[in-house]
Structure formats: structure tokens, C-alpha cells
Design a protein around this ligand. Structure first.
Ligand code: ATP
Ligand code: MG
Length: 554
């Protein structure tokens, strides 16, 4: 486990008994979209700290914005955090549970002259706020009497006013160089039903206010958020100090995850879905956790990634290959090996008798002999990858071409004798070869003939059809989020569907999302949405690091 500045802060706090020996963190998603890989960084950090310091991490839905939120998102968030392997125990909360307390604290702020009802129009409020270089102007309503403020605020709650007629603001400092402190709005009128509280409320607290109170009510010790909230911290502290909350949490900020070739904002991801650029939130090309999971990403690979990228305050753009490497490492170790021929072409072994069959033995994993072997049927007619054959070999091509010898992995060395092609299209139809009977893998003669190429194959007699989906980056531009129009950067090749692919019969038993290394072709998993035993669909999660000619094994 690597350390980071937040971990060090907690260690110091514990050493000096700042939090009575307790560590309580929280992950506070707004249920207005699906979680993405950026959220995973926050989840791993918050739940990881709680685990390592024997504290607790709360899952709290920040459902203060009634218009954009939905139970569909809540359900998915719960499912995804669990899938990653984290547990909040009894500590699942909703900011909306605290609406009544937030309201009571607001009345108390009014009573102490710390908050007032403002009746400027939204445009005027914006105008009065000033700019980064000029101070704001105080509202003419700022000095309302406490009793007037209380009456107005209660009437706001009672539904006597329209949206936008009044707001409740903290009386802070309109001249503050920090714009967040220029009398921030803490309540606004919204005549909309909330998915949890229904029509109980027509005023809703603003995030900064509700968030600080939620943390304090739950006795969070370390409230960890991303850097864009750094300038909000004085407001957070102010709310904790001036409301009658039972504890004093502190906020700490770290830099958010940005990743090359990836858009991370939920708003833009929603747009991708709505515009039909992807098939849904769980499209395997999406950076959402449901998308990555469907693609074949494992919880372990995502946790390794979050550990590897670390936590700091420095802005960073992580190369997407770091994430891909984490998956490769995990699947290389844990995924059984299988054979699939993605673009098949027929290979006839002319000197192998028609009707004869034999079994070849292929290990399920080269480093796990205890995983055993499976049997591959060898017959006269085989299927191999189309691009393992060249009519006229280019320099450095060591696979099949007329006259060349290669090993059919786990079987024999064969020598290519001829081929047939469609005179019209030039397409190769059939390749012919002869096998060298004494060269079977695992027998004494296996090493007698040295070959440079080693290719995989399946028997036409037992191979089964499968649909294979090859994914590439969704964007051609390394930083699509920064573009004015991300649509121009969409990669038209991000999904290639292969309909002719063949796989080992063994793969019909694959469970949804079960991952395999298809030898020489990458890591694949059964698509959990479209794949069935009758018509299997495999997603390529990630390519192999090694190229074809570094793959060994007989
Ligand atoms: P987005 O900007 O993608 O819409 P958000 O910050 O609005 O995300 P929330 O639901 O509010 O999404 O986020 C929940 C938690 O996850 C917050 O604490 C937030 O700081 C954290 N988080 C969101 N995006 C990232 C990211 N890219 N890297 C690290 N943490 C993130
Ligand atoms: Mg947010």
C-alpha cells in the first residue's frame, strides 16, 4: 500500500488524538448519472482509508437537486460500489434525509442574523455578485429584520412564492476576494417533486450548505473531495462553525482523475448516450464502471489502477494505457487460455486421412499446471486466421506462405504446399499443407524440426460460431473533453464486429463476463447483455501486450 498526503494527515490526526481515534469518510455521489473511472479513484480512496484505519466509510447520495436525479442511478451506484468490493455496512444515507435538519439550522441562522432572504431577481443577483477583479454589491434586502426574514423563509417553505422569487443567503462578505463567500445562496425555491421526498418540499438546500451539514451530522472526520472544491472550503468551515451540528469535520482536496482519450464529465457521458453515439451507459467503450465491467474489467484491475495512479494535489492526465496494463496484468494471471479464430480461412492437411481424428492437449494456463488441460480435436480440415497466411510473404513474416513451415500450436508442424483463391476477388479460399507426422507437440520428435512461426487453429468439425466485438478508443483525440465539439473526434472504428469468428466448443459454457485469453488475440469476456449459450458474443477487453511472434509454447 502506498502512502499519500491524506493518509499522512490522518496518521497525524490519530497521533494527536484530533478525532478521538476515529476515522470516518464518505463517498458522496450525486445520483444524476452512472459512476465512471474517476469516481473509482474517490471510492478506492475513501473506502480504502476507512478499511486501513479501521474506520467506516459512508455511502451518501447527494440528492439535493431534484430535477436531474433518478432511482435508476441510485441502484446502479449501489451495485457498482459493491461490485468493486466495498461495503458501507449500515452507513447508507441520503442528503434528503437531512432536509428537515437543514431547514431548522437555516431558521437558526436567520434568528442569529447570519442569513437573510433576498428578493433580487436571479439576473440581479448575478450582477451584484461582482467579478474576480471587482467586489460585489450588497443587496438592498440584506438588512431585512430578523422577523421579516423568518416570515418570508417560512412562507417560501409553505409554497407561497414562485420559483426564483426569493432565495435564502448567508450574510458573509460581498467584498470577499473568494466569490464563494459573497453571501452564498443556501436555499432556492423549486416547485418540483423530489424522487424521495415527493412534494414535501418546494425549497431545496444548495450543495455547499447541505453537504457540510450532512458530513457533520454523520460525524465524518475527513471529508475528502476533488480540488475544484478547494475554494469552497472556507464556506464549508463557516457552515460547520455556525450551525448547531454535533461534530466538526474537515475537508481535504485531491486532484481528480483525468485520462487520455476519455471524457469524464457525467453531463457529456449522458450526451453520448442521448445522441446514440454509444448503445447506453454500459456500452463497453464508455469509461463508466458499468461499461468497463461489461467490457471485461475486473474489480482487482480497477483497484490496482487507483493504487498505481496515487493521490495528490497535482493536476494530472493519466495515460489510458496505464488502465489497460492493469487489466492485462490481472487477466494474464487469472484468465484461462482458449482458442478463437477471429477471421477464419480453411486449411486442408492433404496428407492427413479423411475421417481420421485425434486429440491435442492444450494447457488451461501456462503458469498454472494445476488448472489442467483441455482437448482440441485435430482433423484434416482446420480453420486458421486469415492473416496468418500470405501469398507472398513480406520481410519478417514467419507464418504460412507457400513453402513455409509453421507449428500448429499443440499439434504438428505443417508445410504449406498451395492455395486456392477466388480469381475475381483475389480472396484466399483454401490453403493446403502437409503435416510432418513425427512432430506432434509433447512427443519426443517435437523439437526435431525448428520453425519460426507458431499459429493457432481449430478443427472445422468442432469449432463453433461466435460474434466477436473488437473495441478501440471511442475518441481519436487524446483530450476529447477539451474540444468544443467532441463529436468530431469520435473514432469511427471504435467498434468492429466480427460475425464469422469461431471458438472452442468449451467456450459455450462461459458465464456472463467470464474472461479468457484467446491465444494471440487478446483478452475477451462473454458479453453479459447479448451473449447466450446459443449465440455467444465475446468482447475484447484488451489486446495482448506481446505480439504474435513472441508467443511461445507448443
Ligand atoms: P462529474 O464532474 O463527472 O459530473 P461529479 O463530481 O459531479 O462528477 P459526483 O457524483 O458529485 O460527480 O461525485 C462524487 C464524488 O466523486 C465526489 O466526491 C467527486 O469529487 C468524486 N469524483 C468525481 N469525478 C472524479 C474524478 N474524475 N476523479 C476523482 N474523483 C472524482
Ligand atoms: Mg458533482
Amino acid at each position: 500500500m502506498s502512502t499519500n498526503f491524506i493518509r499522512q494527515i490522518i496518521e497525524e490526526d490519530l497521533k494527536h488524538n484530533q478525532t478521538s481515534g476515529r476515522v470516518a469518510t464518505r463517498f458522496p455521489p450525486e445520483p444524476n448519472g452512472y459512476l465512471h473511472i474517476g469516481h473509482a479513484k474517490s471510492i478506492c480512496l475513501n473506502f480504502g482509508l476507512a478499511r486501513d484505519f479501521e474506520g467506516q466509510c459512508h455511502l451518501r447520495f447527494d440528492d439535493t437537486n431534484p430535477t436531474k436525479e433518478d432511482t435508476e442511478y441510485v441502484d446502479s451506484i449501489i451495485d457498482t460500489v459493491r461490485w468493486l468490493g466495498f461495503d458501507w455496512g449500515q452507513h447508507m444515507y441520503y442528503a434528503s434525509d437531512y432536509f428537515e435538519r437543514c431547514y431548522t439550522f437555516a431558521e437558526s441562522l436567520i434568528e442569529r442574523g447570519l442569513a437573510y432572504v433576498d428578493s433580487l431577481t436571479p439576473e440581479q443577483i448575478r450582477e451584484y455578485r461582482g467579478t474576480l477583479t471587482s467586489p460585489g454589491k450588497e443587496s438592498p434586502y440584506r438588512e431585512r429584520s430578523i422577523i421579516d426574514n423568518l416570515t418570508l423563509f417560512r412562507d417560501m417553505r409553505a409554497g407561497k412564492y414562485q420559483d426564483g422569487e426569493h432565495v435564502l443567503r448567508l450574510k458573509m462578505d460581498m467584498a470577499s476576494p473568494n466569490m464563494n463567500l459573497r453571501d452564498p445562496i443556501i436555499y432556492r425555491i423549486r416547485h418540483v417533486a423530489h424522487w424521495r421526498t415527493g412534494n414535501a418540499w418546494c425549497i431545496y438546500p444548495m450543495y455547499d450548505y447541505a453537504h457540510a451539514i450532512s458530513d457533520a451530522l454523520e460525524a465524518i472526520t475527513h471529508s475528502i473531495c476533488t480540488l475544484e472544491f478547494e475554494d469552497h472550503r472556507p464556506l464549508y468551515d463557516w457552515v460547520v462553525k455556525h450551525t448547531e451540528v454535533p461534530s466538526q469535520p474537515h475537508q481535504y482536496e485531491f486532484s481528480r482523475l483525468n485520462m487520455t482519450y476519455t471524457m469524464m464529465s457525467k453531463r457529456k457521458l449522458l450526451d453520448l448516450v442521448n445522441q446514440g453515439h454509444v448503445s447506453g451507459w454500459n456500452d463497453p467503450r464508455m469509461p463508466t464502471l458499468v461499461g468497463l465491467r461489461r467490457r471485461g474489467y475486473t474489480p482487482a484491475s480497477i483497484k490496482t489502477f487507483c493504487e498505481r495512479i496515487g493521490v495528490s494535489k497535482a493536476d494530472s492526465l493519466i495515460d489510458v494505457t496505464v488502465l489497460e496494463d492493469c487489466l492485462r496484468e490481472d487477466l494474464n494471471e487469472h484468465a484461462p487460455r482458449r482458442v478463437a479464430v477471429l477471421n477464419p480461412v480453411k486449411l486442408i492437411i492433404d496428407n492427413y486421412p479423411e475421417g481420421q481424428t485425434e486429440l491435442c492437449h492444450a494447457p488451461n494456463h501456462p503458469h498454472h499446471p494445476e488448472w489442467g488441460q483441455r482437448e482440441l480435436l485435430f482433423t484434416r480440415e482446420l480453420m486458421i486466421e486469415r492473416d496468418d497466411f500470405m501469398e507472398e510473404p513480406s520481410k519478417g513474416f514467419f507464418r504460412l506462405y507457400p513453402g513455409a513451415q509453421v507449428r500448429l500450436r499443440y499439434a504438428y508442424v505443417v508445410r504449406c504446399s498451395s492455395f486456392e483463391k477466388d480469381p475475381q476477388t483475389g480472396e484466399i479460399l483454401t490453403i493446403h499443407a502437409e503435416y510432418l507426422p513425427d512432430t506432434k507437440s509433447g512427443t519426443a520428435g517435437a523439437d526435431a524440426v525448428k520453425v519460426k512461426g507458431n499459429i493457432h487453429w481449430l478443427s472445422s468439425a468442432e469449432a463453433v460460431k461466435a460474434e466477436i466485438r473488437l473495441f478501440d478508443r471511442l475518441f481519436k483525440d487524446p483530450n476529447p473533453g477539451a474540444l468544443d465539439n467532441y463529436e468530431e473526434a469520435l473514432n469511427p472504428q471504435s467498434l468492429v464486429v466480427l460475425n464469422q469468428a469461431l471458438v472452442e466448443p468449451e467456450l459455450l459454457n462461459a458465464a456472463p463476463r467470464e474472461a479468457f485469453q484467446f491465444e494471440r488475440n487478446g483478452y475477451f469476456c462473454m458479453d453479459e447483455v447479448d451473449g447466450t449459450k446459443e449465440s455467444p458474443v465475446f468482447n475484447r477487453a484488451v489486446t495482448l501486450r506481446d505480439s504474435w511472434n513472441s508467443t511461445k509454447g507448443k
